[in-house]
Design a protein around this ligand. Structure first.
Ligand code: MN
Length: 203
């Protein structure tokens, strides 16, 4: 079973002005497609070929050594971006509601305080990587990962992620990683994040 390049659930220009059309076209059509293709090349013909991407990334240590690095980088790129596209929406922004909102308030005191800490964690990642809101043992937590490493490989379930690779923002924001992160909140799809929160706690 080969992994597919999942189409964006909106148009390439739909996230403007937070994320510009050309960045989305290159990010999805080149970077994400490249990770997907190389991920498929790495696992093709192995016993892992019929596993889900999430299961593969959760068991990196069990992979044959000759494909482990390729899967770590490209399988990570596949699952990370597959999540990233879905947790954004042109109708996003605002604040979460329901159980997710309650859990965020309980952990960080307020939504604004959560946003501030998430953004600091994400933009503080040195070099390329990601900032994440994860479910870890049923609890919310903030982590960052370098390169295309995924929290799945540490037994954590990501429910919200911010790509802080330069390819995600440099065309519009230049070195302004914090400006990109600030504008990104306007396109966060909290309904999808809440769906993933419920699934992680009940799964
Ligand atoms: Mn990316």
């Amino acid at each position: 079973m080969a992994f597919d390049v999942k189409p964006l659930p909106y148009d390439f220009d739909a996230l403007e002005p937070s994320i510009d059309e050309e960045t989305m076209k290159l990010h999805h059509g080149k970077h994400y497609a490249g990770y997907t293709s190389k991920f498929n090349d790495a696992i093709e013909g192995t016993e892992w070929a019929d596993k889900s991407a999430e299961e593969i990334m959760a068991h990196l240590d069990a992979l044959p050594s000759d494909i482990k690095t390729a899967v770590r980088n490209n399988g990570g790129g596949y699952v990370n971006h597959s999540l990233f596209w879905e947790i954004m929406s042109p109708n996003g922004g605002g604040a979460p509601s329901g159980k997710l909102a309650e859990a965020i308030d309980a952990k960080w005191g307020s939504f604004d305080s959560f946003k501030s800490e998430f953004q600091a964690k994400a933009t503080g990642q040195f070099g390329s990587g990601w900032g994440w809101l994860v479910v870890d043992g049923g609890e919310l937590a903030l982590v960052s990962t370098p390169n295309q490493d995924t929290p799945l490989s540490d037994g954590k379930t990501p429910i919200l992620g911010l790509d802080v690779w330069e390819h995600a923002y440099y065309k519009k924001y230049g070195p302004g990683r914090a400006d990109y992160a600030s504008a990104w909140w306007d396109v966060v799809n909290w309904d999808e994040v809440a769906r993933r929160y419920d699934a992680a706690r009940n799964g």
